[in-house]
Write a protein that binds this ligand. Structure first.
Ligand SMILES: *Cc1c(COP(=O)(O)O)cnc(C)c1O
Length: 373
């Protein structure tokens, strides 16, 4: 079976050494040694000033909205994982969608201003598949209209923009360390916060509102990362360069083979940035070809994923009656192909063959239809 991704499991003895330490100290959670150690290492590896580790990426988004006091309307993208939007609704915010660019699949910054009203309090863009948004234009718009910016940077582990971490953009960037992501802590996530006061507030907020002196200053929640999660993170982090370079090899091997196929297209990448090889999305010429390819792959025990489908404006609990032409169109034609460090070139060959076969079938079929007409 070839899944879309396989979680990287580090050497079990390395993990056991950390678990032994947890057993020795009896300290399982509440800002333990391993969480603090992971925080320091991540700050250095990612090149960020302040990082707060939390139990998952969805709670990181929820906390970011609370920290910045977002209310009423928030501008966001319809082309993302459901958590970007569902977390807003969970916090009583109204997501206001702005369609994506059809080439890079990120929010179209040129259309943001038209959607700003007196009720807008923030913008939540997503660097889709780790491909940087137009951060400069978004910053300019936010300044002009006095809006907060939170980047859902869940896909951006290690991504640099103009040779600095992309995570430094916006008032807050959030990231996910779920097992399906490039770097993981089983479940986990983080907030990257430039402002020091806001950073201190975040540390209280994830721990019921407790201050360092034990006094409860404000409302909080429990969003703490535990020591077992941090132990996994420390192990995965020590192998991250190896994981990344293997993924890059697989990615490049795929692209070389896929480039010759006319009927698929790729995400246009930001030239000031680079991706981290977490995802390999391809877009088919139409939905039917995508579905045929998917079925042909499933028949051979290969499971690419329809990331992201559906377009989030179509969620039944959103009650959005606006059409998002680009997002809806891409979401109907896109597949993320299997990509992980232990994927074999032989498997890639097989996947590419199926894509070729399915696409050729689809050309023949459309020719027949046009001849009938
Ligand atoms: C994975 C993901 C999340 C949610 O993160 P979890 O750690 O699974 O809660 C949010 N947004 C995007 C874009 C994601 O891909």
């Amino acid at each position: 079976m070839i899944p879309v991704t396989k979680t990287y499991l580090p050497d079990i003895n390395q993990y056991k050494d950390y678990i032994d330490k947890i057993y020795e100290t009896g300290w399982l959670t509440n800002n333990g040694d391993l969480v603090r150690k992971l925080e320091l290492k991540l700050k250095e590896y990612l090149g960020v000033k302040n990082i707060v580790l939390v139990s998952n990426g969805t709670v990181a988004l929820n906390i970011a909205y609370k920290l910045l006091g977002l209310e009423n309307e928030v501008i966001t993208t319809p082309f993302s994982f459901v958590a970007t939007t569902s977390s807003m609704v969970w916090q009583g915010l109204k997501p206001v969608f702005v369609d994506i660019n059809k080439n890079d699949y990120n929010i179209d910054a040129n259309r943001i201003e038209k959607k700003i009203t007196e009720y807008t309090t923030g913008i939540v863009p997503v660097h889709v598949f780790g491909n940087a948004c137009d951060v400069e234009q978004i910053e300019e718009i936010a300044k002009k209209h006095n809006l907060k910016v939170i980047y859902d940077a869940s896909h951006c582990f290690g991504v640099k923009y103009k040779s600095k971490s992309i995570l430094n953009y916006g008032d807050i960037s959030t990231i996910s360390f779920h097992s399906t992501k490039l770097f993981h802590t089983i479940e986990g996530g983080a907030l990257i916060i430039n402002n020091d006061e806001l950073y201190e507030k975040a540390k209280r907020m994830i721990n019921f509102g407790f201050c360092a002196n034990g006094y409860i200053e404000e409302i909080g929640i429990n969003a703490k990362m535990n020591e077992f999660q941090a132990a996994m993170g420390l192990c995965v982090l020590s192998d991250i360069d190896k994981i990344s370079s293997r993924r890059k090899e697989k990615y490049e091997y795929y692209i070389k083979k896929l480039e010759n196929i006319d009927l698929i297209s790729f995400q246009e990448l930001n030239k000031s940035s680079h991706i981290n090889y977490s995802y390999l999305p391809i877009v088919f010429k139409d939905s039917e070809t995508m579905l045929t390819t998917l079925k042909n792959m499933n028949n051979e025990d290969i499971f690419p994923r329809r990331y992201f489908y559906p377009s989030l404006n179509k969620l039944n609990y959103i009650h959005c009656n606006e059409v998002m032409p680009n997002s809806e169109d891409i979401s109907e034609r896109i597949l993320c192909l299997p990509l992980y460090d232990s994927l074999k070139n032989m498997d890639i060959d097989k996947i590419v063959e199926i894509i070729k076969r399915s696409s050729i079938y689809s050309i023949r079929k459309s020719r027949c239809i046009s001849m009938e007409v």
